[in-house]
Structures are given as structure tokens and as C-alpha cells.
Design a protein around this ligand. Sequence first.
Ligand code: PRT
Ligand code: ZN
Length: 291
Amino acid sequence: MRLKIAIQKKGRLYEDTIFMFKNAGFRFTKDSTGFIMPCENADFDLILLRDDDIPTVVAQKGCDLGIVGRNTIHEDICEEKYHNKGVSSIESGTVILQDLPFGKCRLSIAGGKTLAVSNLANKSVATSYPYSLLHFAKDIAGINTIILKGSVEIAPKLGIADAICDLVSSGMTLKENELVEGETILHSNAVLIGNDNFDVQNKIYKRIIDAIAEPASPNMKYIMFNCEATNMPKILDIISFSKSPTVLPLAQSGMNAVHVMCKEDDFWEVHKKLKDAGATSILVMSVEKVM
Ligand code: PRT
Ligand code: ZN
């Protein structure tokens, strides 16, 4: 049976999610509805949804897995705790299976001057994350939350809030609106979620997780070159980042061939040092996969 993975249809997580899957070697087509992207070379489909709906769809088993910001899951959990007096039923509906290396941001308090949550007593705070705010500030009296779906940062200028509680990544939006970041409520990143009885031994799931962990293009170069055996100490020093480079004697006496893997970012510096140390016939190849 094909796995269904819910991802954001458009927005900040879409590009990075698609990049992650494609970089892991998966290929996709779009169906005519634009809501499903079947994977051509593995047994799963991407289902395109609003990010806010993904936890519910996964919890209700409409999809097996989903990708959302940790902040979305956190808000849902805080909402459930609020309504159920500390007992969250969402926690029993979905589980976070894996952190993903994108969508990094933080949920912070911001105001005209540096603000700690403890200073928010009897203040108005504009936010799209009311339950995360209330959960964090549960001991602070009289916080008046103004719920806005977007453009939260404009609320203090409009005079409808003393402070905001919003996602921050570069900090540019706060700066543009003359707001100062205060206390951070939550550090967030994209996460892979599953429903709580998802079988983590599932073969397709394991293949996806392995492929994501070992992307198809790991940004490595494979370098092969020749050098005089007497230069080996200098050469080995330059490539000391490699635990065990391959060194082979050549037919021509006193000459060696060396094979080594090098990070793409370091390649030009290493290449120059090797040339200066007498490396010749330098052959460079891109690495497709490191298993
Ligand atoms: O349409 P849909 O409901 O699916 O999308 P959405 O509009 O609700 O979400 P979207 O695409 O804005 O964000 C999706 C997810 O991206 C969020 O839930 C976070 O997990 C993650 N993410 C990472 C961010 C940011 N960084 C971020 N900076 N989401 C929003 N922002 C906003 C923030 O609200 C503020 O307006 O960007 C602005 C601040 O950015 P900086 O760089 O100026 O600090
Ligand atoms: Zn949303």
C-alpha cells in the first residue's frame, strides 16, 4: 500500500520540503487536481494541504505522515491542554517522528522595548498563537490576547496591542516595525509527524528516512591524484580531514596514487594546497551517494 504524506501546499515549508525529497532522489508528478504529487520511484504520494490542517488529517489517519512546523503541533497541544485542563488528547493522536533541517524559527514576545513574559500582566498581546502564549504565561494575570491570523507585527502601531507574540527568523520584520525581541517561548523547525500507531518498521517509511538522512548529492568531491612518495608526509597532512585516504603505489617506482573524499566547500583550498605540494594528474568527481 502507498504511504500518504501531507505537506504544505504553498508557503514557507513547501520549497524546502520538495527540495528535501528531490535531493533524496525521489521524483514526482502532479495529478490533475493539483492536490496529489505521486512519487514516481517509490510507493508514496505527497498530499498538498494548508499547514494548519496537517496535524488533524494525520491524527484522523487521512494521511500516514505529515510535515509541519513544531510551532503548529505545539499550538494544538496547548489548545487541547487548555480545553481539557492539562490533559492533551492531540498528544495521543500524532507523534513527532523526526526533526527536519529547515523551517527554523522561534516564537517570541516582542514590543517597543525588551519584554519578558512576566511583564505582560494586564497587557494586550497580539498573536496567531494564543494557546502557546497562554500556556507559557499561565501564571501571569490579566493578559488580553488579540488573535490575528497575519500581520501581527502591525498591531502595536495600530494601537490595538502593547506587544506581540509571533514567529521570528531573521528578525527583519520586527526591525522594520520598530519592535524589540524579548523572551522566546519556543524554538521551532519542521518536523515529520505520524499518527500515534504508525508502524515505524514500515519498509517505505524506512526507505524515505534513510534517503533523507543520506541525500543523493551529499556535497562531496572524490579527488584522485598522483604524487611522489617522498611528498607523502606533506600530502597526508593536507588531507588529514580524511580518516583513511587510499594510497596506491604506481607502476612507476617512487610514485603513488591517492584517492580521497573532500567537502565541496573545502575543495578549492585543498586543491591549491595539493598542487603546491606536488600533486599531478588531479581528477575530480562528484559523489552521488555516501552509504
Ligand atoms: O497557507 P498556510 O496556512 O499553509 O501557510 P501559513 O501562512 O500559515 O504558514 P507560512 O507559510 O507563513 O509558515 C509555515 C511555517 O513556516 C510556520 O508554521 C513555521 O513553522 C515556519 N516558519 C519559519 C515561519 C517563519 N520561519 C517566519 N519567519 N513562519 C512564519 N514566519 C513569519 C512570521 O510570522 C513573521 O511575519 O515571517 C515573519 C518574520 O520573519 P523574519 O525573517 O522577518 O524574522
Ligand atoms: Zn497556516
